[in-house]
Design a protein around this ligand. Structure first.
Ligand code: C2E
Ligand code: MG
Ligand code: MG
Ligand code: MG
Length: 291
Protein backbone atom coordinates (compact mmCIF):
# COMPACT_ATOMS: atom_id res chain seq x y z
CA UNK A 1 0.00 0.00 0.00
CA UNK A 2 1.34 3.41 -0.97
CA UNK A 3 0.05 6.92 -0.43
CA UNK A 4 -0.89 9.44 -3.08
CA UNK A 5 0.00 13.11 -2.76
CA UNK A 6 -3.36 13.66 -1.05
CA UNK A 7 -2.41 11.07 1.53
CA UNK A 8 -5.12 8.62 0.48
CA UNK A 9 -3.88 5.05 0.81
CA UNK A 10 -4.13 3.07 -2.41
CA UNK A 11 -3.31 -0.52 -3.38
CA UNK A 12 -0.16 -1.23 -5.42
CA UNK A 13 -0.53 -0.08 -9.02
CA UNK A 14 -1.79 -2.29 -11.78
CA UNK A 15 -0.04 -1.33 -15.06
CA UNK A 16 -3.04 0.68 -16.28
CA UNK A 17 -3.20 2.62 -13.03
CA UNK A 18 0.49 3.45 -13.39
CA UNK A 19 -0.28 4.77 -16.82
CA UNK A 20 -3.08 6.98 -15.56
CA UNK A 21 -0.95 8.22 -12.72
CA UNK A 22 1.85 9.10 -15.11
CA UNK A 23 -0.54 10.94 -17.43
CA UNK A 24 -2.01 12.91 -14.52
CA UNK A 25 1.51 13.74 -13.34
CA UNK A 26 2.42 14.97 -16.83
CA UNK A 27 -0.72 17.09 -17.06
CA UNK A 28 0.00 18.77 -13.74
CA UNK A 29 3.67 19.41 -14.43
CA UNK A 30 3.05 20.64 -17.99
CA UNK A 31 0.07 22.87 -17.24
CA UNK A 32 1.85 26.17 -16.68
CA UNK A 33 3.92 25.77 -19.83
CA UNK A 34 0.77 24.77 -21.73
CA UNK A 35 -0.82 28.11 -20.78
CA UNK A 36 2.28 29.99 -21.88
CA UNK A 37 2.55 28.18 -25.23
CA UNK A 38 -1.09 28.58 -26.26
CA UNK A 39 -2.22 24.96 -25.76
CA UNK A 40 -4.95 26.14 -23.41
CA UNK A 41 -7.91 27.93 -24.96
CA UNK A 42 -11.38 29.00 -23.95
CA UNK A 43 -14.54 27.91 -25.72
CA UNK A 44 -17.88 29.66 -25.36
CA UNK A 45 -21.38 28.21 -25.08
CA UNK A 46 -24.36 30.58 -25.36
CA UNK A 47 -27.10 30.95 -22.75
CA UNK A 48 -30.53 32.04 -24.01
CA UNK A 49 -33.48 33.58 -22.19
CA UNK A 50 -36.77 31.64 -22.24
CA UNK A 51 -39.15 32.01 -23.93
CA UNK A 52 -37.61 34.84 -26.04
CA UNK A 53 -34.45 32.89 -27.05
CA UNK A 54 -32.43 36.06 -26.82
CA UNK A 55 -28.76 35.35 -26.13
CA UNK A 56 -28.05 36.75 -22.67
CA UNK A 57 -24.49 35.56 -22.31
CA UNK A 58 -22.10 32.65 -22.58
CA UNK A 59 -20.22 30.21 -20.38
CA UNK A 60 -16.43 30.07 -20.74
CA UNK A 61 -15.22 26.45 -20.86
CA UNK A 62 -11.51 25.67 -20.85
CA UNK A 63 -9.89 23.38 -23.47
CA UNK A 64 -6.44 21.78 -23.63
CA UNK A 65 -4.99 20.64 -26.93
CA UNK A 66 -2.04 18.57 -25.73
CA UNK A 67 0.82 17.84 -28.17
CA UNK A 68 0.93 14.16 -27.17
CA UNK A 69 -2.55 13.32 -25.86
CA UNK A 70 -4.60 15.46 -28.23
CA UNK A 71 -7.71 17.09 -26.79
CA UNK A 72 -7.85 16.54 -23.03
CA UNK A 73 -11.26 16.92 -21.39
CA UNK A 74 -11.55 19.49 -18.55
CA UNK A 75 -13.21 16.76 -16.48
CA UNK A 76 -9.77 15.12 -16.46
CA UNK A 77 -7.27 17.97 -16.20
CA UNK A 78 -9.20 20.49 -14.08
CA UNK A 79 -9.32 18.16 -11.04
CA UNK A 80 -5.60 17.39 -11.55
CA UNK A 81 -4.72 21.08 -11.71
CA UNK A 82 -7.01 21.80 -8.76
CA UNK A 83 -5.01 19.41 -6.61
CA UNK A 84 -1.99 21.71 -7.03
CA UNK A 85 -1.41 25.41 -6.45
CA UNK A 86 -1.86 25.97 -10.19
CA UNK A 87 -5.60 26.45 -10.12
CA UNK A 88 -5.01 30.23 -9.78
CA UNK A 89 -3.22 30.17 -13.10
CA UNK A 90 -6.23 28.45 -14.70
CA UNK A 91 -8.89 30.69 -13.16
CA UNK A 92 -7.01 33.92 -13.87
CA UNK A 93 -6.33 32.88 -17.47
CA UNK A 94 -9.97 32.00 -18.20
CA UNK A 95 -11.26 35.13 -16.41
CA UNK A 96 -8.90 37.35 -18.39
CA UNK A 97 -9.92 35.84 -21.74
CA UNK A 98 -13.60 35.99 -20.78
CA UNK A 99 -13.48 39.67 -19.78
CA UNK A 100 -11.61 40.54 -22.96
CA UNK A 101 -14.57 39.00 -24.89
CA UNK A 102 -17.16 40.98 -22.91
CA UNK A 103 -15.24 44.20 -23.57
CA UNK A 104 -15.23 43.51 -27.31
CA UNK A 105 -18.96 42.76 -27.29
CA UNK A 106 -19.66 45.98 -25.40
CA UNK A 107 -17.56 47.94 -27.87
CA UNK A 108 -19.90 46.93 -30.65
CA UNK A 109 -23.11 47.43 -28.69
CA UNK A 110 -23.71 43.89 -27.41
CA UNK A 111 -24.48 43.68 -23.73
CA UNK A 112 -23.87 40.04 -22.76
CA UNK A 113 -22.55 38.44 -19.61
CA UNK A 114 -19.86 35.81 -19.28
CA UNK A 115 -19.75 32.93 -16.80
CA UNK A 116 -16.48 31.54 -15.45
CA UNK A 117 -16.30 28.28 -13.49
CA UNK A 118 -14.56 28.45 -10.12
CA UNK A 119 -12.77 25.65 -8.35
CA UNK A 120 -13.38 24.93 -4.67
CA UNK A 121 -9.79 25.89 -3.99
CA UNK A 122 -10.39 29.41 -5.25
CA UNK A 123 -13.22 29.88 -2.76
CA UNK A 124 -10.66 29.60 0.02
CA UNK A 125 -8.30 32.14 -1.56
CA UNK A 126 -8.68 35.44 0.27
CA UNK A 127 -6.76 37.32 -2.40
CA UNK A 128 -9.10 36.21 -5.18
CA UNK A 129 -11.69 39.05 -4.84
CA UNK A 130 -8.85 41.58 -5.24
CA UNK A 131 -7.77 39.92 -8.47
CA UNK A 132 -11.38 39.98 -9.71
CA UNK A 133 -11.69 43.73 -9.04
CA UNK A 134 -8.38 44.35 -10.77
CA UNK A 135 -9.39 42.28 -13.82
CA UNK A 136 -12.75 44.08 -14.11
CA UNK A 137 -10.97 47.45 -13.93
CA UNK A 138 -8.28 46.41 -16.41
CA UNK A 139 -10.89 45.43 -19.01
CA UNK A 140 -13.33 48.18 -18.00
CA UNK A 141 -16.21 45.72 -17.65
CA UNK A 142 -19.13 46.33 -15.23
CA UNK A 143 -19.14 43.70 -12.48
CA UNK A 144 -22.73 42.66 -13.23
CA UNK A 145 -21.63 41.18 -16.55
CA UNK A 146 -19.37 38.62 -14.84
CA UNK A 147 -20.86 35.44 -13.36
CA UNK A 148 -19.00 32.85 -11.32
CA UNK A 149 -20.31 29.29 -11.35
CA UNK A 150 -19.53 27.30 -8.21
CA UNK A 151 -20.45 23.65 -7.88
CA UNK A 152 -22.88 22.74 -5.16
CA UNK A 153 -20.46 20.15 -3.75
CA UNK A 154 -17.65 22.72 -3.84
CA UNK A 155 -19.51 25.25 -1.71
CA UNK A 156 -20.80 22.57 0.61
CA UNK A 157 -17.35 21.02 1.09
CA UNK A 158 -16.40 23.85 3.42
CA UNK A 159 -19.09 26.58 3.66
CA UNK A 160 -17.32 28.35 6.53
CA UNK A 161 -14.25 28.82 4.41
CA UNK A 162 -16.11 29.75 1.22
CA UNK A 163 -18.51 32.26 2.74
CA UNK A 164 -16.12 35.21 3.30
CA UNK A 165 -14.88 35.04 -0.30
CA UNK A 166 -18.45 34.66 -1.64
CA UNK A 167 -19.57 37.71 0.37
CA UNK A 168 -16.74 39.82 -0.99
CA UNK A 169 -17.41 38.72 -4.57
CA UNK A 170 -21.06 39.55 -4.08
CA UNK A 171 -20.16 42.98 -2.70
CA UNK A 172 -18.14 43.65 -5.86
CA UNK A 173 -21.38 43.03 -7.77
CA UNK A 174 -20.53 39.88 -9.72
CA UNK A 175 -23.31 37.32 -10.17
CA UNK A 176 -22.92 34.06 -8.24
CA UNK A 177 -24.42 30.84 -9.60
CA UNK A 178 -24.59 27.37 -8.09
CA UNK A 179 -23.64 24.87 -10.83
CA UNK A 180 -24.70 21.21 -11.18
CA UNK A 181 -27.51 21.76 -8.70
CA UNK A 182 -29.40 18.68 -7.55
CA UNK A 183 -26.41 16.35 -7.54
CA UNK A 184 -25.16 17.20 -4.05
CA UNK A 185 -26.70 16.91 -0.64
CA UNK A 186 -27.73 20.47 0.02
CA UNK A 187 -31.29 21.71 -0.01
CA UNK A 188 -32.45 24.81 -1.81
CA UNK A 189 -33.38 26.22 1.57
CA UNK A 190 -29.69 26.14 2.45
CA UNK A 191 -28.97 28.35 -0.55
CA UNK A 192 -30.83 31.10 1.24
CA UNK A 193 -27.88 31.39 3.59
CA UNK A 194 -25.49 32.01 0.69
CA UNK A 195 -25.16 35.22 -1.36
CA UNK A 196 -26.23 33.38 -4.51
CA UNK A 197 -28.24 34.84 -7.43
CA UNK A 198 -28.63 31.94 -9.82
CA UNK A 199 -29.07 28.18 -9.76
CA UNK A 200 -28.12 25.87 -12.65
CA UNK A 201 -30.04 22.62 -12.79
CA UNK A 202 -27.62 19.75 -13.41
CA UNK A 203 -27.77 18.44 -16.96
CA UNK A 204 -28.40 14.85 -15.85
CA UNK A 205 -31.95 15.83 -14.78
CA UNK A 206 -32.60 17.91 -17.88
CA UNK A 207 -31.34 15.10 -20.15
CA UNK A 208 -33.52 12.58 -18.34
CA UNK A 209 -36.67 14.70 -18.33
CA UNK A 210 -38.09 13.24 -21.55
CA UNK A 211 -38.06 9.65 -20.34
CA UNK A 212 -38.03 9.82 -16.55
CA UNK A 213 -40.90 11.30 -14.56
CA UNK A 214 -38.64 11.52 -11.51
CA UNK A 215 -36.17 13.75 -13.36
CA UNK A 216 -39.06 15.86 -14.59
CA UNK A 217 -40.28 16.30 -11.00
CA UNK A 218 -36.78 17.30 -9.84
CA UNK A 219 -36.48 19.92 -12.59
CA UNK A 220 -39.95 21.30 -11.86
CA UNK A 221 -39.32 21.61 -8.15
CA UNK A 222 -35.93 23.30 -8.60
CA UNK A 223 -37.58 25.87 -10.89
CA UNK A 224 -40.40 26.51 -8.40
CA UNK A 225 -38.26 26.64 -5.27
CA UNK A 226 -35.57 28.66 -7.04
CA UNK A 227 -38.14 31.26 -8.01
CA UNK A 228 -39.65 31.34 -4.54
CA UNK A 229 -36.16 32.20 -3.26
CA UNK A 230 -35.80 34.94 -5.88
CA UNK A 231 -33.14 33.11 -7.90
CA UNK A 232 -32.68 33.05 -11.66
CA UNK A 233 -33.04 29.43 -12.79
CA UNK A 234 -30.86 28.10 -15.63
CA UNK A 235 -31.18 24.65 -17.23
CA UNK A 236 -28.05 23.10 -18.73
CA UNK A 237 -28.06 20.10 -21.10
CA UNK A 238 -30.98 21.30 -23.23
CA UNK A 239 -30.57 19.04 -26.26
CA UNK A 240 -33.95 19.04 -28.01
CA UNK A 241 -37.11 21.03 -28.67
CA UNK A 242 -39.14 18.85 -26.32
CA UNK A 243 -36.88 19.71 -23.37
CA UNK A 244 -36.97 23.40 -24.22
CA UNK A 245 -40.76 23.40 -24.52
CA UNK A 246 -41.11 21.66 -21.16
CA UNK A 247 -38.77 24.18 -19.54
CA UNK A 248 -40.75 27.07 -21.05
CA UNK A 249 -43.91 25.50 -19.59
CA UNK A 250 -42.30 25.35 -16.15
CA UNK A 251 -41.19 28.99 -16.34
CA UNK A 252 -37.44 28.27 -16.37
CA UNK A 253 -35.55 31.51 -17.10
CA UNK A 254 -32.50 30.52 -19.13
CA UNK A 255 -31.46 27.53 -21.27
CA UNK A 256 -28.04 26.26 -22.31
CA UNK A 257 -27.25 23.14 -24.34
CA UNK A 258 -26.51 21.50 -27.65
CA UNK A 259 -29.95 22.50 -29.00
CA UNK A 260 -28.80 26.11 -28.99
CA UNK A 261 -25.10 25.44 -29.63
CA UNK A 262 -22.18 23.30 -28.53
CA UNK A 263 -19.30 25.18 -26.92
CA UNK A 264 -17.44 26.92 -29.78
CA UNK A 265 -13.92 28.27 -30.22
CA UNK A 266 -13.58 32.05 -29.99
CA UNK A 267 -13.65 32.52 -33.78
CA UNK A 268 -16.56 30.17 -34.36
CA UNK A 269 -18.53 31.70 -31.50
CA UNK A 270 -18.05 35.18 -32.96
CA UNK A 271 -19.29 33.93 -36.35
CA UNK A 272 -22.26 32.24 -34.65
CA UNK A 273 -23.14 35.54 -32.93
CA UNK A 274 -22.74 37.65 -36.05
CA UNK A 275 -25.11 35.41 -37.99
CA UNK A 276 -27.81 36.02 -35.38
CA UNK A 277 -27.33 39.66 -34.46
CA UNK A 278 -30.25 41.97 -35.16
CA UNK A 279 -30.76 45.65 -34.50
CA UNK A 280 -34.13 46.06 -32.81
CA UNK A 281 -35.73 49.28 -33.99
CA UNK A 282 -35.46 52.08 -31.45
CA UNK A 283 -33.14 50.10 -29.16
CA UNK A 284 -29.65 51.40 -28.42
CA UNK A 285 -28.02 48.00 -28.18
CA UNK A 286 -27.99 45.14 -30.62
CA UNK A 287 -29.67 41.85 -29.81
CA UNK A 288 -28.77 38.29 -30.70
CA UNK A 289 -31.73 36.00 -31.37
CA UNK A 290 -31.66 32.25 -31.94
CA UNK A 291 -34.19 30.22 -33.89
P1 C2E B 1 -20.05 22.57 -16.23
O1 C2E B 1 -19.61 23.89 -15.73
O2 C2E B 1 -21.27 22.00 -15.61
O3 C2E B 1 -20.21 22.77 -17.79
C1 C2E B 1 -21.19 22.13 -18.55
C2 C2E B 1 -20.63 20.95 -19.29
O4 C2E B 1 -21.70 20.34 -20.02
C3 C2E B 1 -19.59 21.31 -20.36
O5 C2E B 1 -18.66 20.23 -20.45
C4 C2E B 1 -20.42 21.40 -21.63
O6 C2E B 1 -19.67 21.17 -22.80
C5 C2E B 1 -21.41 20.28 -21.40
N1 C2E B 1 -22.68 20.49 -22.11
C6 C2E B 1 -23.22 21.67 -22.49
N2 C2E B 1 -24.40 21.50 -23.11
C7 C2E B 1 -24.64 20.16 -23.13
C8 C2E B 1 -25.72 19.36 -23.64
O7 C2E B 1 -26.70 19.84 -24.20
N3 C2E B 1 -25.61 18.01 -23.46
C9 C2E B 1 -24.54 17.45 -22.84
N4 C2E B 1 -24.53 16.11 -22.72
N5 C2E B 1 -23.50 18.17 -22.34
C10 C2E B 1 -23.55 19.52 -22.48
P2 C2E B 1 -17.09 20.50 -20.50
O8 C2E B 1 -16.81 21.68 -21.34
O9 C2E B 1 -16.45 19.18 -20.84
O10 C2E B 1 -16.74 20.90 -19.02
C11 C2E B 1 -16.86 19.97 -17.97
C12 C2E B 1 -16.69 20.63 -16.62
O11 C2E B 1 -15.35 21.08 -16.44
C13 C2E B 1 -17.56 21.86 -16.43
O12 C2E B 1 -18.87 21.48 -16.09
C14 C2E B 1 -16.81 22.55 -15.30
O13 C2E B 1 -17.20 22.02 -14.06
C15 C2E B 1 -15.38 22.19 -15.57
N6 C2E B 1 -14.71 23.34 -16.20
C16 C2E B 1 -14.72 23.75 -17.50
N7 C2E B 1 -13.99 24.88 -17.67
C17 C2E B 1 -13.50 25.22 -16.43
C18 C2E B 1 -12.68 26.29 -15.93
O14 C2E B 1 -12.25 27.21 -16.65
N8 C2E B 1 -12.39 26.27 -14.58
C19 C2E B 1 -12.87 25.30 -13.75
N9 C2E B 1 -12.54 25.36 -12.43
N10 C2E B 1 -13.65 24.28 -14.18
C20 C2E B 1 -13.97 24.25 -15.51
MG1 MG C 1 -16.99 16.93 -20.74
MG1 MG D 1 -20.46 25.61 -15.33
MG1 MG E 1 -22.92 21.97 -14.84
Amino acid sequence: VRATSEGTPVKAYAPSMGHLFLRRFQLVTQFRQAVETGQISVHYQPKVALPSRQVVGAEALVRWTHPEFGRVDPDEFVPAVEATGLVDVLTDFVMDRALERVRRWLDRGLRMSIAVNLSVRTLGDEDFPNRVSAALARHDVPSGLLTFELTESGVMADPERALPVLRRLHAIGVVLAVDDFGTGYSSLAYLRQLPVDEVKIDKSFVLGMGTDLGDMAVVRSIVELGHSLGLVVVAEGVEDDAARDQLVGMGCDVAQGYLISRPLSEDRFEAWLRARTVQVRGARDETVLTL
